[in-house]
Design a protein around this ligand. Sequence first.
Ligand code: BGC
Length: 446
Amino acid sequence: MTDRHDLPAGFRWGASTAAYQVEGAVDADGRGRSIWDTFCERPGAVKNGESGRVACDHYHRWGEDVELMRGLGLDGYRFSIAWTRVQPTGRGPANAAGLDFYDRLVDGLLAAGITPLPTLFHWDLPQALEDEGGWMQRETAFRFAEYAGVVADRLGDRVPAWITLNEPFVHMVYGYALGIHAPGRTLMLDALPAAHHQLLGHGLAAAELRGRGLDVLIANNLTPVRAASDAPADRAAAEAYDALHNRLFTDPLLLGRYPDLSAYGVGPDLHGAVRDGDLALISGPNLAGLGVNYYNPTRIAAPTDPGLPFAEAPIDGVPRTHFGWPVVPAGLYELLLTLRERYGDTLPPITVTENGCSTDGALDDTFRTDYLAGHLDALARATAHGVDVRGYYTWSLLDNFEWAEGYSQRFGLVHVDFDTQQRTPRASYTWYRDLIAAHRAKSAPR
Ligand code: BGC
């Protein structure tokens, strides 16, 4: 049976992080305030009142972190750029000192033989733009495109491929609908324009990047949706959930239209946000790749609360991560096959841009190794069944600031002692390093 050792030659191995989760140094070199700086100050918003002020201090310790990546033998490193280091208020000329940091990082990665894969937006919107309405405002999409151009002008000579947005679904739902993440708004279904404006921002930024000869990807959090039973009400609920979580993002990108959201009482213009020509900007020309962030499947039943057309049902009988998330590697196979069936030839090559788990923090993390092995086996099966998956970036290289959970969820191949900033590779680091080396040895021409 196909497993992770059978991944195709040229398959790319990576690890991911994000700016606010690792960099710290929030006041360094003219960085402006982001919505996460503000949100972390809100009493009760983040576990134990923690914040990303220091995080892994990657801003100063990036050299050591690149050495850890080199030790793994990574092909690529996915990180994000803090918009507020580049444009402290989200508009206008570049803050050269902020861009210098990414310039140093990119050169350091290249010197270590690692391809930089930057994400332009991983949830840390400039507070100045949030004060004007954030992603609920159409104007933010245009500001994002301007920022993309500024960054690409500086780094585009060395960075071939770019991810515009990270998980616009999670940012919309957690940030604007439920208020669990920054900016902490609780708009429920009225948050839908935040999805459209992010996608419009993607389309406009993609044009800036492509105009400079660069490849464009977008990373979404996707989940295979399973109905709790074959009963028509459960199946209809599962379809409604699938439309909101998955299709709301992949349909406009790949098919140039929004899915049917009538179960939510919402029309195809998403509360009037969609204007003529927007979908053409969002969908074309083709993406160089689709980034898939996969953590777990979702089981959905008919609604119990009249406010929403679905209810989440538990997934029993499987292991759970420290976060409590169900571990279902087969869900990744299911997701990849569904994408191929759903989008056929319009589906660009896929890169798994995040996958991983939180553990109790121990250095001997067999739980993580098993998690990664299971998911890579599922990924290999999907490639054997014809899905074009080009690479895998595990979440995460380092333990880091896990948003509303503070430092309580540890996702790293490398343990970080947040008092001393000491990095210690876990057992899973060695395991991943050996897997990469074995794959490379097997793929090398004889
Ligand atoms: C996000 C990461 C986050 C990870 C684990 C993803 O939703 O992109 O920033 O740390 O999941 O929760």
